[in-house]
Design a protein around this ligand. Structure first.
Ligand code: NDP
Length: 400
């Protein structure tokens, strides 16, 4: 049915490579390209052993539009699945426009020198993609991604108006390390150390980092201290669902993790500006990434589950109702299936399903779109089939 190019050979790229190969009737030709070709080759070999499917590999520096254009012109993919880093979003979108290739990603653009993620840079490509007749699907991981689709599904089937949205993200896994991040450490630490922010009554309310917190109960896990942080899907969801009065994002953190994070910040290792060291310029957070555990190596001994969902309050037929939709994912099951842990799995599976929606013609329209702007129903159906089954609770105490 379609020819896809995956860019990025980290934890998420590993899962996408496995899942597209498992769905080879849809993904008929697959290439995996990244900065380090040996990583692509190792993933391709593993996928071949697991599924019998051959994946082509290539080296590409996705910061370079000319390198991307050369690769796109040689391989001629229909769709690029961008699971490199958020820094590469715009160069990859530029190359897609130049070569007539459709685009999908899981995280919005961030400039390297400013820890600030916003959709404005990618939304600015709307006219260019529309005029070129190309589709760009933004934020198709779990959060953003599935959480946005959960919201769209709730709005379509259960609510006339959504008033309160609380996205709750719990990782109750244990990887046995004193400190490690579950995805790229640089991106992760930039995300969780910034100020908190949520939407209330038509405007953004800023908080100190981790200022608002309380224990929330997660299915099959129990109570976990949860912290309000800013997360990128809030920006598009309050725009696409304007009845929302308040939208917040909660994430669980262990005390040990927060203590390490505080120390990392206090000693300057979270800095994203250059410092002089032994006559060389280094960026502390990039150096830190080099010495921290590789998130891709956490899988083997990772136990426990993630639980991510949406807790929603609103109105249906004039009556107030509550709705909680969530998925729990086992780190071990994810590792056994793909060789990657649960956080990579919960990102890579939705990216694959989004690509499937595009190739099947179900999510295809010229322009730049966040996932909640497409029909959620066929996506929700695939979540159940591709390893991320979801559950619904009605009229329960949402605790938020
Ligand atoms: P990793 O750091 O494990 O992998 C990133 C990959 O991108 C690496 O293979 C890296 O290459 C490659 N890469 C980096 N820079 C370039 C470049 N200039 N050119 C080509 N390749 C490059 O990250 P993850 O797999 O954990 O995450 C991937 C993406 O998924 C990130 O954007 C992250 O923000 C997003 N994500 C989204 C989530 C969601 O739910 N929406 C949740 C988790 C992650 P090399 O191996 O050489 O370093």
């Amino acid at each position: 049915m379609g020819k896809v190019l995956i860019i990025g050979a980290g934890g998420v790229g590993t899962v996408v490579a496995n899942k597209v190969a498992q769905n080879s009737e849809i993904f008929t030709d697959i290439m995996l390209a990244s900065r380090t070709k040996s990583k692509c080759d190792a993933i391709a070999e593993d996928v071949k052993n697991r599924t019998g499917i051959t994946i082509k590999t290539a080296k590409v520096d996705a910061d370079s539009v000319p390198e991307l254009v050369k690769l796109f012109n040689e391989y001629k993919p229909e769709l690029v699945i961008n699971v490199a880093l958020p820094y590469q979003d715009l160069t990859i979108m530029d190359a897609c426009l130049e070569c007539g290739v459709h685009y999908l990603d899981t995280a919005n653009y961030e400039p390297k020198d400013e820890a600030k993620f916003e959709y404005k840079w990618q939304w600015a490509y709307q006219d260019k993609f529309r005029e070129a007749g190309l589709t760009a699907i933004l934020g198709c991981g779990f959060d953003p991604g599935v959480t946005s689709i959960f919201t769209a599904y709730a709005a379509k089937h259960y609510f006339d108006e959504i008033h309160y949205l609380d996205i709750v993200d719990c990782n109750a896994g244990d990887h046995g390390k004193a400190f490690a991040t579950n995805f790229n450490p640089e991106i992760n630490i930039r995300e969780v150390t910034q100020k908190g922010k949520y939407w209330e009554n038509g405007k953004w309310v800023e908080t100190e980092p981790h200022e608002i917190h309380k224990p929330l109960n997660y299915p099959n896990i129990g109570p976990k201290e949860s912290y309000v942080i800013y997360h990128e899907e809030l920006e598009s969801l309050v725009k696409n669902f304007p009845t929302i009065k308040r939208a917040r994002f909660w994430m669980t953190f262990g005390q040990e993790y927060l203590t390490h994070l505080r120390v990392i910040q206090n000693i300057g290792m979270a800095r994203i500006d250059e410092v002089e060291y032994n006559g060389q310029k280094i960026v502390p957070i990039q150096f830190l990434k080099a010495v921290l555990p590789d998130p891709g190596d956490l899988g083997e001994n990772y136990t426990g589950e993630t639980s991510i969902g949406c807790r929603i309050r609103g109105i249906k037929d004039g009556k107030e109702r509550t709705y909680y939709v969530y998925n729990n994912c086992s780190h071990q099951a994810a590792y056994e299936e793909t060789g990657a842990q649960g956080v990579s799995y919960t990102t890579g599976v939705p990216a694959t399903i989004g690509a499937m929606m595009f190739l099947k013609g179900l999510w295809r329209k010229p322009g730049v779109f966040n996932v909640e702007e497409f029909n959620p129903d066929p996506f929700m159906e695939q979540l159940n089939k591709q390893g991320l089954p979801w559950h619904e609770l009605f009229d329960v105490d949402l605790e938020v």
